[in-house]
Design a protein around this ligand. Sequence first.
Ligand code: 9L3
Ligand code: MG
Length: 141
Amino acid sequence: MSDEAARAGGAADEYEIVAGAIFRDGRLLLAQRIRPPELAGMWELPGGKVEAFETPQHALERELAEELGVVVRCGRRIGVDVALGRGRVLRAYRVDILAGEPAALDHAQLAWVDADDLEKFDMVVNDQAWIPDLLTELRRL
Ligand code: 9L3
Ligand code: MG
């Protein structure tokens, strides 16, 4: 990045956001956001921002420990990269639960949804790009 872009604030804005797709018994775990106000009530794949010096995989394992209270192992990518503007990108990974049962520690509630239910949930706009891939996976399970 140029000095000019850095001065404009680009450097601080360029980060990755990671989200986890947890499949179990033919269902996918969705989480209902509580913030910010414009996203509250909408459903997402849980996750969050990759911090400096963190790998995306480690960030997702940390975020899901914080948000769901589970020990997870990050697996393969699923779905497309979602550009959020100003250099930010959102990526989803499959995740396996190694220990614990997911709890809504940072969400309004959780839901396990099958292929027929997924399209009835009001997903945050950013995550809607992943719906075709999530449906493909759910129909294969
Ligand atoms: N975001 C979108 N879809 C997701 C996740 C985990 C996050 N599946 C967006 C919402 C916020 C930003 O990324 O604007 C940071 O997420 P968080 O740290 O508030 O979860
Ligand atoms: Mg989050």
